[in-house]
Write a protein that binds this ligand. Structure first.
Ligand code: PA5
Length: 359
């Protein structure tokens, strides 16, 4: 009997209840969108650019949001996933720092530099030092502190998109028809849906113990990255991701010559509205994988509207990663090696210095 069909095995393998954390995906996303857009938030006038800072399970929300709003946002958005605020940042820059714990030293460093350079700062966290950077709370958005950072993605992504929408930097929203579509898709990948009809369980079975590579074009490039992160952290497996069309100019080459196709599994994330120039590239790639006998799967996000497509694809990859953990018999929740590094940095990294600056 597969692990997911036995409630006792599920409970034993998932004591941190990573699966349960995915239950409220759409509700968490929408509630935090509303909270994020409520404002009133202060922004520079004129606003010339936006920097979004965050790492790992928090950083991914910046990547996803920037990709989503790119077609409509009038100012450039730069994503920062390290310690340094770009040199261009100044009084006309809005800096949004996202850290679930609120204690990630790279993000805290960026927040302090933003304050120092007179940027407008908005922070999103469940607590920690980040919420104390301002000295006042009016520019802070709080999310519930009851889960792992990566399981809080719907909360943080909803908050961030809510902020961008409240500040009129994007017109995108989750339309009611799209919401219904995503909710219905979500029901179909929950634990209670059998493997026969459960798309996420079937994918997990296909990729487990292979070397998964995820591919996507905009607007799902960030979802392919999220898929890799979730397979890394939840399933504890190596994985890769790449983006179309860029990868057609380099990464395509080894797939044309691969001699170890059986080792790999390739996931191609597409939308029902991919433009023909992208669809042709993906079709070409799929033909190639077939010829090279590489196991592959297409996933088509078919919700109406781009926000729904991204959300649907996120729900899919998140469930895949937890089901793969169940099949491997690994606990999806703990990531002790990240904790060990953070403990070391807390003593010897930037953290002691930052602690003095933000008591
Ligand atoms: O998934 C994780 O636990 C990590 O990727 C964290 O998100 C990352 O280390 C950053 O921490 P935080 O999200 O608290 O800023």
């Amino acid at each position: 009997m597969p692990a997911w069909d036995d409630p006792k095995t599920v409970a034993a393998n998932d004591p941190g209840r990573m699966l349960a954390a995915l239950d409220g995906y759409v509700d968490d996303f929408l509630t935090s969108w509303k909270a994020g857009s409520r404002g009133p938030l202060k922004i520079p006038s004129p606003l010339r650019n936006v920097v979004i800072s965050g790492l790992g399970g928090s950083g991914i929300v910046g990547s996803l949001a920037a990709e989503l709003v790119r077609d409509s946002c009038a100012v450039p958005i730069v994503i920062v996933k390290d310690y340094d605020l770009p040199a261009f940042a100044g009084k006309d820059t809005l800096v949004i720092c996202v850290s679930y714990s609120g204690n990630t030293e790279e993000t805290l460093d960026v927040a302090l530099q933003a304050k120092g350079k007179g940027c407008t700062l908005i922070t999103i966290s469940s607590g920690g030092r980040l919420q104390r950077v301002h000295g006042a709370h009016e520019q802070h958005i709080s999310v519930p502190a009851d889960r792992q950072p990566r399981a809080a993605l719907p909360l943080m992504l909803g908050s961030l998109l809510g902020v961008l929408s409240g500040l009129k930097l994007t017109k995108h929203r989750l339309e009611p028809a799209s919401e219904r579509h995503v909710r219905s898709f979500h029901e179909g990948v929950k634990l209670s849906t059998s493997e026969q009809t459960n798309r996420a369980k079937r994918t997990a079975r296909a990729l487990v113990e292979k070397y998964p590579s995820w591919y996507a074009a905009r607007p799902l490039v960030g979802v392919a990255l999220r898929a890799r992160h979730q397979i890394n952290e939840n399933s504890k497996m190596l994985a890769r991701n790449d983006e179309v069309p860029e990868c057609n100019h380099n990464d395509l080459v080894p797939w044309g010559e691969t001699r170890d196709g059986a080792r790999h599994w390739v996931g191609i994330l597409r939308t029902a509205s991919d433009p023909p120039q992208i669809a042709r590239r993906l079709d070409f790639f799929i033909d190639l994988l077939e010829r090279q006998r590489v196991t592959h799967e297409e996933f088509v996000a078919d919700a109406p509207g781009v926000v729904g497509q991204v959300l649907q694809a996120l729900v899919y990859v998140d469930y895949v990663s937890v089901y793969a953990a169940l099949l491997r018999g690994v606990d999806p929740t703990p990531v002790p090696i990240i904790g060990q590094l953070k403990d070391l940095l807390a003593k010897h990294g930037r953290a002691p210095q930052l602690a003095k600056q933000i008591p």
